[in-house]
Design a protein around this ligand. Structure first.
Ligand code: IMP
Ligand code: MG
Length: 187
């Protein structure tokens, strides 16, 4: 039987951020980026797949001419903790020399993914590289990485929805919720 949205919501222990709170924060963030990047040559690079929902909403709140592209990185498996090993699975296929890059992520957890991506993109000649994330989990940081723009700081709990998954599920929930630990207790 297919999961209905109601069943997916049943796997959450609570809603952490509502769709209304997300919309308001994304709008404010878009206005801030619009002001900061006026006159610049900006490209937003979304990190697949978790950031797609946030990315699609964010670019429509930025009132500037801009380019978009996507990268996919992998840190292996369906576990709720990042392995720390980052591999580029899909790369951008354009020259970013001289461009002002905004890397758009769903969440910064250990910081390993973004720390790797920043180094990788600067080696390709970007004029500037800044990090935009919807969620920040600072308690779990393992490397020195600070997001330049973020919407919400959250506690050390595993969250899903609004693009974020557990084992590829829950990305289509419009709100962000804490996944009930019974869902991954057997892992
Ligand atoms: P980092 O490299 O440890 O910062 O991990 C970043 C990636 O781990 C994110 O892009 C997410 O795909 C994934 N991740 C970390 N925490 C969560 C979470 O609470 N829910 C869903 N995915 C998460
Ligand atoms: Mg993910």
């Amino acid at each position: 039987m297919m999961d209905t949205t109601a069943e997916l919501y049943g796997d959450l222990s609570k809603i952490l951020v509502t769709r209304e709170e997300i919309a308001e924060a994304v709008k404010k963030l878009g206005q801030q980026i619009t002001a900061d990047y006026k006159g610049k040559n900006v490209i937003l690079i979304g990190i697949l797949k978790g950031a797609v929902v946030f990315f699609a909403d964010l670019i429509r709140e930025i009132d500037l001419p801009l380019n978009i592209d996507f990268m996919a990185v992998s840190s292996y498996g369906a576990a709720t903790k990042s392995s720390g090993v980052v591999e580029v699975v899909k790369d951008i296929n354009r020259d970013i020399t001289g461009l002002d890059v905004l890397v758009v992520e769903d969440i910064v957890d250990s910081g390993m993914t973004l720390s790797y991506l920043k180094k990788y993109l600067s080696s390709r000649g970007a004029a500037s590289i800044k990090v935009v994330t919807l969620l920040d989990k600072p308690e779990r940081r393992r490397v020195d990485l600070t997001a330049d723009y973020f919407c919400f700081t959250i506690p050390d709990e595993f969250v899903v929805g609004y693009g974020l998954d557990y084992a590829e599920k829950y990305r289509n929930l419009p709100d962000i919720g804490v996944l009930h630990p019974r869902i991954y207790a057997d892992q």
